[in-house]
Design a protein around this ligand. Structure first.
Ligand code: ADP
Ligand code: MG
Length: 230
């Protein structure tokens, strides 16, 4: 349902992503693992067209991403950025409801969806929905960011180091929540991290990136047993 073929991004003479090819099947979670500057974020942002590739093709549900209207792409693909990116002057409920509103859902349906997602993401709707982001802890804010990404019922979720800024106890809690969410909702996901333990915990398969190239893509166990690169 997500297919990348020879996807490349160049900035001048520098190559940020170099002929990356892989696919993610329905319900699968692929983790992209690599150090800073290895091309993880650029790869992710090309999938939802925040960045246009220099070369190669990306297909979403069998259709070329460049052929899909942008609003259609945004509906199919939820996105969690490292900066969280909640609007500070809007309540949690309004933040989560942004995309459903744009899609023309009525208020009752949005209200129900917001409370359902808050609960699924481990937050008490009654206590959280009317707060502003400034009234949340870091972990709560990141849960809200995940809920917002899931609001329009996307079949695909892209997560860019979503738990990277959190303390280790909070991070472990959110990792467990993520495992629960994928079991309940069954989305496909690409999850970017530089944390090997997180990659092994969350990924059905792990893609190792370095210098813009995808060195190996395999289940964690195989990666450890038979690494293609030191
Ligand atoms: P990662 O997310 O793995 O840390 P990125 O995808 O952000 O890596 O970056 C990959 C490479 O592309 C890095 O060398 C980075 O400096 C470069 N890069 C990213 N964005 C730009 C840009 N807008 N202009 C020039 N170079 C960029
Ligand atoms: Mg990055």
């Amino acid at each position: 349902m997500i297919e990348l073929a020879e996807v490349t991004k160049r900035y001048g003479t520098a190559t940020a992503v170099d002929r990356v090819s892989f696919s993610v099947s329905r319900g699968e979670v692929v983790v992209l693992l690599g150090g800073s500057g290895s091309g993880k974020t650029t790869t992710l942002k090309m999938i939802n067209r925040l960045i246009e590739p220099t070369a190669g093709t990306i297909r979403i549900d069998g259709r070329e991403a460049t052929q899909l209207p942008l609003h259609d792409l945004r509906r199919r693909i939820g996105y969690v950025s490292p900066q969280i990116g909640l609007s500070r002057h809007m309540t949690v409920a309004r933040n989560i409801g942004v995309t459903p509103s744009l899609l023309g859902w009525d208020a009752a349906r949005i209200h129900t969806k917001v409370d359902e997602l808050l609960a699924l993401c481990g937050l008490e709707p009654g206590r959280i929905r009317d707060r502003t982001p400034g009234e949340l802890s870091g972990g709560q804010a990141q849960r809200v960011a995940v809920a917002r990404a899931l609001a329009a019922e996307p079949s695909i979720v892209l997560l860019d180091e979503p738990f990277g800024a959190l303390d280790s106890i909070t991070r472990e809690r959110l990792q467990r929540s993520f495992l629960d969410l994928r079991r309940t909702l069954g989305f496909s996901a690409i999850f970017v991290t530089h944390d090997v333990v997180e990659a092994l915990l969350l990924g059905d398969r792990i893609g190792v990136m370095q210098d813009g190239r995808l060195l190996q893509l395999a289940p964690g166990r195989e990666l450890i047993r038979n690494p293609a690169h030191p």
